[in-house]
Design a protein around this ligand. Structure first.
Ligand code: SF4
Length: 87
């Protein structure tokens, strides 16, 4: 079966790609599980303009308030989560 003959759901699935500038790599994303967070991870958006809405976003969501997270910030989130797991 050629690609053009495939039903729409299968064709759309093949178009799912890594989205640059999504919540997973945004400094305002607070994942439920910082240690294992991936594109499907859910978490809170803590952006000052959005936090009052108590948004639950996934790692693959995005918006125009995106700001790239730094590795140091990721390390801090993961260290906190590991300490919490141990206690
Ligand atoms: S919704 Fe926007 S500001 Fe909030 S985590 Fe996602 S990209 Fe960042």
């Amino acid at each position: 079966m050629s690609e053009s003959e495939e039903p729409e759901p299968q064709r759309s699935l093949k178009r799912i790609i890594w989205q640059y500038e999504n919540c997973l790599s945004c400094v305002w994303f607070l994942p439920n599980d910082p240690i294992n967070a991936d594109l499907l991870e859910r978490g809170k958006c803590t952006h000052p303009k959005l936090k009052d809405f108590e948004l639950i976003v996934s790692g693959r969501d995005w918006c125009n308030l995106y700001k790239e997270i730094r590795q140091r910030h990721i390390d801090v989130l993961q260290e906190k989560a590991m300490k919490k797991e141990k206690s």
